[in-house]
Each structure stands twice: as structure tokens, then as C-alpha cells.
Design a protein around this ligand. Structure first.
Ligand code: HSE
Length: 305
């Protein structure tokens, strides 16, 4: 039996909510597996964005996440010789749209379905957070919609709460240079001064109110951040200008998507194309070419297809 699933891309932080806010979006990676007990020609196929760059076999993150799941479930029947695996990626790699989260959630879910669906979504998210390290991308990829992620004092996934899914468009510009999350996390200071913490807490609360009350006029202020964007802006050429450009062109708010370098803007449908054009032009003025998307929120999260 072939198992086929899709996992959404994700945009996270939303400005002040570093490692807390996560939203699932309508751009998907697809993952397939099939158990072939006596096969001598087992296949590992990569298609799409990662076709020529992602590792095949034991070093692949999808496979590593499948293995971690088999271990948790005490299952030792499956290996790279008796499973066909196909990965079709549409989410840009190292861009800030959750491509690694998608691989982790994809791998765990494939393995879980193979083993008879023993893990529920909370347990899938818990394992995914352990592998990824930070919760926002994987939690949104599992549950879909707009999530607030909560970790406990020992850095373990504790819970997630869903906010109403906004009927807004998300404009994303993915510049042609890559930024590794590991590097982008290292440059965020480990200690933050109290004034900046208060600045961010108030904006994160404002964002929550904005989504609950559907008052998107609060997003411009609510998406301001002093904890990570100012530091990442030093290695992402034109970040501040693009953020301002998106809002001047009519977006409710804009922010660095995850650890970047993608920049995201939330807006009304009627304004999306103009905002997209204006943002692209601003990047190109600095000789940076971008891939761009206008997406919806994904309300479902990981799904069998
Ligand atoms: N919250 C994480 C960060 C997301 O900003 O580092 C990384 O994709």
C-alpha cells in the first residue's frame, strides 16, 4: 500500500513572537512511501526544489525522522532496503518557509501511518519539536492554521493554541541567497534587556488581540520586534527597507519569515499583487533577484492525500 501525504510550508515569529507564533501556508511538500518486503530495487526519489541538493538515503532528514519514529514506536521491520521513498519539494530550501520542518513532520507522519497511526497529532508535534529544536514551524505544519507554541522550562514542547485563521493573503519574497537557520539563530543574542522584552511582549499580545478580534489595523505595530530582526537585519541586505516598502504599498504588516531571508507581508486579496510587485522591485533595486508567492493560510496541517 502506498502512503502519500502533504505537509504545508510555514511562516513563523510574525515579528515579536520569536519561536512562538507559527502559521501554515498553502505551499506544500509531498512525501510518499511504500513497503516492498522482498524488493532488491528499492528506490529513494527526490523531485522539485531539493532534487539535486538534498541527500538521498541515510543522511536525508525525512529518513532520519522516520527512523526516530520507528524507534519511539519500537518498530524494527522497516529499513532503506524495503521502503520506497519519494519526496517532492515545492518549499524553497533554507529560505525561512519551514522546509526542514516539513521534512521532519513528513518523515514522522509517513512512519506513523506505516505503523498503524499510533501517534496522535500532539505526539507527532512533540517528537518533531525534539528533532527540530524550536517549535513554531513544526507545530504549525502539524496542526495548520495560526498557532501559539508553548515550551516548558526544560525546553520541551508543552502545548499549542490555535488562533482564528485570518482571511488574508500572505505575500512572500524569497531572495536568491540562502541563510542557514543554524547561523541565523547564532547571531540572536542569548540575553535580552528588559525594555526590549516588554516591547516584544506588548506587541505579541497586540497580535493575539488583532487575530482574535479580526482587527488587522493592529498588525503594523503588532509585528514590530526588538529580539531577533534587528540582528538578522545586519546580514540580510535591505531587510528594513523591504519591510517598510510592503507596508507603504498597503500591507497590514510585514516581518522576517522565520530566520529569513524571506520577507512576508499580510494583506487583503485586492492589494496582494501590487504589494508583491513593489516588494520585488525594491529587492531588484539592490540587485537581488527573488522568487515570490501569494499564498493563503492552510487550515489543515499535515494531511494524507
Ligand atoms: N523561530 C525560528 C527562528 C524559526 O527564528 O530561528 C526558524 O525557522
Amino acid at each position: 500500500m502506498k502512503i502519500k501525504i502533504r505537509v504545508p510550508s510555514t511562516t513563523v515569529n510574525l515579528g515579536p513572537g520569536f519561536d512562538v507564533f507559527g502559521a501554515a501556508l498553502s505551499l506544500y511538500n509531498q512525501f510518499e512511501t511504500e513497503y516492498v518486503p522482498n524488493s532488491k530495487t528499492t528506490k529513494f526519489i527526490l523531485q522539485g526544489e531539493g532534487e539535486n541538493t538534498l541527500p538521498k538515503g541515510s543522511k536525508n532528514l525525512v529518513w532520519k525522522s522516520m527512523q526516530a519514529t520507528f524507534k519511539v514506536l519500537g518498530e524494527n521491520r522497516y529499513n532503506l532496503n524495503n521502503l520506497n521513498i519519494k519526496i517532492n519539494t515545492s518549499i524553497p530550501l533554507s529560505g525561512g518557509l519551514g522546509s526542514s520542518a516539513s521534512a521532519i513532520v513528513g518523515g514522522i507522519t509517513l512512519a506513523n501511518v506505516l505503523c498503524g497511526d499510533k501517534l496522535n497529532k500532539f505526539q507527532i508535534a512533540e517528537l518533531a519539536v525534539k528533532i527540530e529544536g524550536h517549535p513554531d514551524n513544526v507545530v504549525a505544519a502539524v496542526f495548520g492554521g495560526l498557532c501559539i507554541c508553548v515550551k516548558d522550562n526544560d525546553d520541551r514542547y508543552e502545548t499549542a493554541v490555535s488562533l482564528p485563521v485570518p482571511k488574508l493573503k500572505v505575500v512572500l519574497c524569497v531572495p536568491s541567497f540562502e541563510l542557514r537557520t543554524k547561523h541565523a539563530r547564532q547571531i540572536v543574542p542569548k540575553k535580552v534587556n528588559l525594555k526590549d522584552v516588554v516591547f516584544n511582549i506588548s506587541r505579541a499580545a497586540l497580535l493575539t488581540a488583532a487575530f482574535c478580534n479580526k482587527d488587522y489595523s493592529l498588525l503594523k505595530q503588532g509585528m514590530q520586534d526588538k529580539i531577533h530582526q534587528p540582528y538578522r537585519g545586519k546580514i540580510i541586505a535591505s531587510m528594513n527597507e523591504i519591510l517598510e516598502t510592503a507596508v507603504s504599498a498597503g500591507a497590514y504588516g510585514s516581518f522576517l519569515s522565520g530566520s529569513g531571508p524571506t520577507i512576508a507581508a499580510f494583506c487583503n486579496k485586492k492589494d496582494a499583487q501590487n504589494i508583491q510587485k513593489t516588494m520585488i522591485k525594491r529587492w531588484e533595486k539592490n540587485n537581488i533577484s527573488v522568487k515570490s508567492y501569494i499564498l493563503d493560510f492552510d487550515a489543515k496541517g499535515v494531511l494524507s492525500i
